[in-house]
Write a protein that binds this ligand. Structure first.
Ligand code: FAD
Length: 466
């Protein structure tokens, strides 16, 4: 058993919290979205929360934790959905929220500490330079930049820019290694993908450089359709029109909008599927023309309502906020993450809609992927048993629709990140004792792990490049 008192002594001068209630609170994320993970992870708890105020303190924490053999699990806003920041082996929860300074804003890029909240980063970049992040998670009000890079995939803006996996959507990362003498390493180019979406298993990110885009006062728009597939085709056709500048394009099937989007209910029609959009002000004219041509029912636009007081942003209806709103009113709901790959993504959506029937309520996020439009499905699922959930996953996979399984807490089983020999070698270099977020990387725990499982990963491995 590690000597935690001796560890605390070594960390004198750095903020430590060991009140059990607060430690328990900081040991959790949104894992409870999944009934499977809720059962598995409910009792997970760390030993203490340590809050470094700068990179020098991160180095001190990792050096001391290494010496005492204590695990360290980084935590940003704690908004991950798959227990990413939950300390499976206890130890230190490294709370990054105090490391929130912006170091430089320049044309097209920003350099900031990893613990900054992405909405704060966006606000300051907009005030100072008229720019904003290319995309952010829908949890932007509470998620950190480092947590997004280490645990997220894409979000609001991915319709235009793609996700974190695309080359150029992260510019630089600075990490601290977990060694006897921790090192600071700067990563660029393909090397960034060793650390992106790796759940903090191979270094603590202290600084992130991200590309920026011009900021707009985006207009929230909701368009209704009586038929889900009409809404899907509207969205797909609009997504291909490069001249209309969008930041968000989602389709959500009935009855979810009317039943779960309570603040928007006065604007919605019961039984309709909706398309949720964020549109640049100068693209509203072209959008109106398109809606008229496609016989859409324009239900809501934020630039025409008297007041937006009490009405959430459009992005807080989309991505995993759709699931959150459903869960608030119906605890039997859970969700899946589906890839409907192009070019026949619409046909795949239609097929799965037919095959799944009442078991699922469709929710699609349109986004760029390797330069083409496709959709990511975040369908709401009426949960009954783990076996039925597995059967639903198999049904998708058998029909050419890969699942990024949100009911698994390891990188490999989650299916977004492909671990491979390059990833494993990097972990051996940066975390030789396996103390960073232990239990999240099967390839580390199991030397016989088969890297060639043949799955389709969102963040592909790097071995193929060598
Ligand atoms: P945390 O949950 O704190 O951490 C995430 C992972 O990163 C953990 O493994 C943690 O150990 C690691 N980590 C955190 N900080 C560091 C660091 N400095 N160095 C190394 N590792 C670190 N995700 C999306 O991609 N897009 C969305 O639109 C989206 N919408 C969501 C909506 C809801 C309602 C919810 C509950 C979740 C959503 N998510 C989404 C998931 C999550 O909110 C995002 O991925 C978010 O960016 C995570 O940031 P965080 O600061 O909360 O990270």
């Amino acid at each position: 058993m590690p000597d935690l008192d001796a560890l605390k002594k070594d960390l004198e001068g750095i903020a430590i919290e060991d009140n059990p209630a607060l430690v328990r609170q900081k040991s959790r994320d949104f894992y409870w979205y999944s009934p499977v993970l809720k059962d598995q992870l409910d009792k997970v708890v760390g030993d203490m929360v340590v809050t470094p105020k700068d990179e020098a303190e991160v180095i001190r924490v990792l050096k001391a934790a290494y010496a005492h053999g204590v695990p360290v699990t980084a935590r940003g806003g704690g908004t991950g959905n798959y227990g990413q920041c939950m300390p499976l082996s206890g130890g230190i929860i490294l709370n990054m929220l105090q490391m929130n300074a912006i170091k430089e804003i320049a044309p097209g890029r920003v350099l900031a500490q990893a613990g900054i909240i992405t909405a704060d980063l966006d606000r300051i970049c907009k005030e100072k330079s008229g720019q904003e992040l290319r995309f952010h998670p829908s949890t932007t009000g509470t998620a950190t930049l480092g947590g997004f890079v280490a645990g997220g995939s894409g979000g609001v803006g991915s319709i235009h820019w793609g996700g974190l996996r695309e080359l150029g959507n992260i510019l630089k990362l600075r990490i601290v290694t977990m060694e006897a003498e921790p090192r600071v390493i700067e990563l660029e180019g393909w090397d960034l993908h060793k650390v992106s979406h790796a759940y903090g298993t191979n270094g603590i990110i202290t600084e992130v450089e991200m590309p920026l885009a011009p900021a707009y006062d985006w207009v929230d728009v909701i368009v209704g359709y009586d038929d889900y597939m009409d809404a899907v085709r509207f969205a797909d056709n609009l997504a291909q029109r490069d001249g209309v500048l969008l930041k968000e394009l989602a389709v959500i099937n009935a009855p979810a909008p009317f039943d779960y989007f309570t603040r928007h209910r006065p604007f919605l029609k019961e039984g309709q599927a909706i398309v949720v959009l964020m549109v640049a002000p100068h693209s509203m004219g072209p959008l109106e023309a398109f809606i008229a041509q496609r016989k859409g029912d324009l239900r809501f636009r934020s630039d025409k309502v008297e007041s937006m007081k009490g009405i959430p942003h459009a992005y807080e209806l989309a991505w995993n906020h759709t699931t959150l709103r459903a869960l608030k009113l119906d605890t039997n709901i859970t969700y899946l993450q589906v890839q409907y790959g192009s070019p026949d993504h619409v046909a795949k959506v239609e097929l799965m809609e037919k095959l799944t029937g009442a078991d699922m309520i469709g929710h699609l996020e349109f986004m760029r992927f390797n330069g083409t439009i496709q959709c990511a499905g975040l369908p709401l699922v009426r949960y009954t048993t783990p076996e039925k959930l597995e059967a639903l996953i198999r049904l998708h996979e058998e029909n050419g629709c890969p699942i990024f399984n949100p009911h698994r807490y390891t990188l490999e089983e989650g299916g977004m990140k492909q671990t491979d020999t390059v990833q494993l070698a990097f972990k051996q270099e940066t975390d030789p004792k396996g103390l960073l977020n232990p239990g999240k990387m099967i390839a580390w725990e199991n030397p016989d792990f088969d890297f060639t499982a043949g799955k389709n990963y969102l963040f592909p491995g790097l071995a193929a490049l060598e």
